[in-house]
Design a protein around this ligand. Structure first.
Ligand code: NAD
Ligand code: ZN
Length: 356
């Protein structure tokens, strides 16, 4: 810890990236270090990932303006070290490297009581509804903490949240020996394609309209990239020897045309796991879906905590998504980090808090 940050901790303040005003941008300012309750830990943040959600909050679009209270410490993708904990916390130790689930769930709903915490309707998100991780210190309920094994770096720890989205989506259906179509080569689509390969898919095709992202996809995973703005997906699948089409679709773009193309490209009885969030209401050709007997599963967040278990064990057993991190900045350069994200061609952007 630098002398400057020691001084801040003595003064009970920390640096944080705050949505301080209801307009475009985030502001680095001094905030009180959170006070922890008996069931909480205090995490000193080392690295954070910038998410598409953070870009919405930065841009202050309609969703953000309707959802995010001002002022709020933003951010939900993080890795750090436990520096303090409440008296009821068991099984964790000070000095332990951790990440954590950013969805804070209740314990009362039918879903939670059934152990399906990811389906709790009362879920609140850090960095969206509650103070988040873009700060030197984060307060988190011990229940949400994920211990990081030595072989998982802080950089990867800081992107486990979106990797979890990818894993949750990709493992929605059995992929062994299947032909898989991923629409959208954003960071999550690329990671989902890598997971599909790891999970034993026969062929993985990933589509986008952005060549930078498709190039990145083929660097990170053994996939066939297709730019649907100028390549015919049907041609590609025929050349690959697919007789009817793809067995499984992972929709990772939120784009209407991509979903249409996916429905078109799937086999009879194909299955779609849909993570991408279409803007507003969008028209869907339901009769096509019915006549092809397609199953569609909406995917939200990560399974708490099965997805975390699976992704950590996959990372320990050969899954490598490190190439999806294309930019690293000291947090002082957060504006450049957001510029890269807003540019739409980056992979994950990781901010380093250790030099604050
Ligand atoms: P992203 O915006 O970085 O990537 C989406 C990609 O889709 C872009 O590269 C874009 O060029 C591409 N695209 C646009 N039109 C296309 C088309 N016609 N065909 C194929 N690709 C096309 O997004 P991300 O951060 O990787 O996240 C993926 C999606 O998942 C987003 O829609 C995001 O909002 C959503 N998301 C959902 C959850 C959830 O819990 N359901 C969580 C996180 C993210
Ligand atoms: Zn995220």
């Amino acid at each position: 810890m630098s002398t400057a940050s020691n001084d801040l901790r003595l003064a009970n303040t920390m640096k944080a990236l705050v949505k301080a005003h209801a307009r475009t941008g985030l502001w680095m300012q001094n905030e009180p270090i959170p006070e922890i309750g008996v069931d909480d830990v205090l995490i000193k943040i080392n690295k954070t990932g910038i998410c598409g959600t953070d870009v919405h909050i930065w841009n202050w679009d309609e969703w953000a303006a309707n959802t995010v209270p001002v002022p709020l410490i933003t951010g939900h993708e993080f890795a750090g070290v436990i520096v303090d904990m409440g008296s009821h916390v068991e099984g964790l130790t000070i000095g332990q490297r951790v990440s954590g689930e950013g969805h804070l769930v209740g314990k009362e709903s039918r879903q939670s009581r059934a152990g399906k915490f990811h389906l709790d309707p009362e879920t609140r998100g850090i960095g969206v509804n509650e103070h988040g991780a873009f700060a030197q210190y984060l307060k988190l309920n011990a229940f949400n903490v994920i211990q990081l094994p030595d072989e998982i770096s802080d950089d990867i720890g800081a992107i486990l949240d979106p990797l979890g989205n990818a894993v949750h989506t990709a493992l929605s259906f059995d992929l062994l020996s299947e032909d898989v179509l991923v629409t959208g080569a954003g960071p999550i689509g690329i990671m989902a394609a890598a997971v599909a390969r790891h999970a034993g898919a026969r062929n993985v095709v990933i589509t986008d309209v952005n060549d930078d992202r498709l190039t990145l996809a083929s660097q990170v995973a053994d996939v066939v990239p297709v730019n649907v703005a100028r390549q015919d997906l049907k041609d590609v699948s025929v050349k690959m020897g697919l007789k009817q089409g793809f067995d499984i679709g992972l929709e990772m773009s939120g784009n209407q045309a991509a979903l249409d193309q996916m429905v078109e490209s799937l086999v009879m009885g194909g299955r779609i796991a849909m993570l991408g969030i279409p803007p507003g209401k969008s028209p869907v050709d339901w009769s096509r879906i019915v006549f092809k007997a397609i199953t569609i599963k909406g995917v939200y967040g990560r399974e708490i905590f099965e997805t975390w278990y699976k992704m950590i064990t996959m990372l320990q057993n050969g899954l490598d998504v490190s190439g999806v991190i294309t930019h690293r900045f000291p947090v002082q350069d957060f504006e450049e980090g957001f510029r890269q994200m807003i540019g739409g061609s980056s992979g994950k952007v990781v901010l380093d808090w250790t030099g604050v």
